[in-house]
Unconditional design. Structure first.
Length: 315
């Protein structure tokens, strides 16, 4: 896996937690040549992804890509640049891909309607051993406990959750550029910052309802983590929740998020857990491998030097 950790980086404007690699073209090409992969998958549309795409297109090497987030909508939310313009860049980036992997059927169909080609489905998996029902913490807080987990950023639409008139307590787990301003504006909400591993799992399991206010996420892995923890979901009826929850009796989807949050209190923790068990790492991995576009590296001239180097090393 090639990541920004292997490069000099700068923080992404307005998103400093995300690091952007500087001038990665030559090093990415070198890594690919030396590794001689059997398949190439490009996960993001950032500098590393663009460098890998450039190399593959130049040498006529098949590759696959993933459409993880609604990048055009995120850019519009932050910069007011209309999504239709950024969408042209996305079509350029993913155009040569042998398979554009999307997390849900509805997103797959949406991209196809927008003119994207070779769009396939690649659902997500979760660690059901880590995320499971536990004894609830925060018994000193007024109940019910309504929880949000994720990045604290404008595109996540968190204010729609915090503005709800709900009984009990609202809690936000996560960090991001909007954290401090929301903390100042919503004094009655409990902000606990970023949590990971066991600590994160305990926070999930302590909630009575998981509220997912996003209108732009393409899947929402946190939905499954909450369900695996025995916590029902409240969300809008949009891409992501519609695919993950649908009509299943493990969450409520409603254009009135407050109505959804109150209705979700009625669902069974065991039903939520059983439903989440359908999303395993094994099935996710099998689907990913099936979507790849393997190739014979001996068919490509660009491997000649690297193959010779590896042969000399072996000798």
């Amino acid at each position: 896996m090639v990541t920004p950790q292997d490069f000099k980086t700068i923080p992404c404007p307005s998103y400093p937690e995300i690091r952007l690699s500087l001038f990665p073209n030559r090093k990415v090409a070198q890594i690919i040549r030396e590794y001689v992969p059997d398949a190439i998958h490009i996960s993001t549309e950032g500098p590393l992804g663009i460098a890998a795409r450039k190399f593959c297109v130049k040498h006529k090497i098949p590759f696959t890509t993933a459409f993880h987030t609604r990048f055009p909508e995120y850019v519009e939310a932050r910069t007011k640049i209309p999504a239709r313009y950024t969408n042209l860049i996305m079509k350029w980036f993913h155009g040569p891909s042998q398979a554009i992997m999307t997390a849900t059927k509805s997103l797959r169909d949406e991209l196809r309607n927008q003119g994207f080609k070779n769009v396939v489905t690649w659902t997500r998996g979760i660690d059901t051993k880590l995320f499971h029902p536990r004894e609830k913490m925060f018994q000193d807080l007024p109940r019910p406990l309504f929880l949000y987990v994720g990045r604290v950023a404008i595109e996540k639409n968190i204010k729609a959750f915090l503005d709800l008139d709900l009984p009990g307590t609202k809690m936000v787990v996560g960090a991001g550029p909007q954290l401090e301003s929301l903390r100042q504006d919503y004094k009655d909400t409990v902000f606990v910052g970023m949590k990971e591993g066991e600590e994160l799992a305990k926070h999930y399991a302590s909630a009575d309802v998981f509220v997912f206010p996003s209108l732009t996420d393409t899947f929402g892995l946190v939905l499954l983590e909450a369900l695996a923890s025995g916590v029902p979901v409240a969300a809008y009826p949009v891409t992501g929740p519609l695919d993950v929850i649908g009509d299943a009796a493990v969450g409520k989807l409603d254009n009135d998020l407050g109505t959804a949050a109150m209705a979700a209190l009625e669902y069974s923790a065991q039903d939520c857990r059983d439903y989440a068990l359908n999303y395993s790492w094994e099935s996710c991995t099998e689907m990913f491998l099936k979507n790849l576009s393997p190739f014979n590296s001996q068919d490509f001239d660009c491997w000649a030097v690297s193959t010779e180097i590896r042969s000399n090393k072996s000798a």
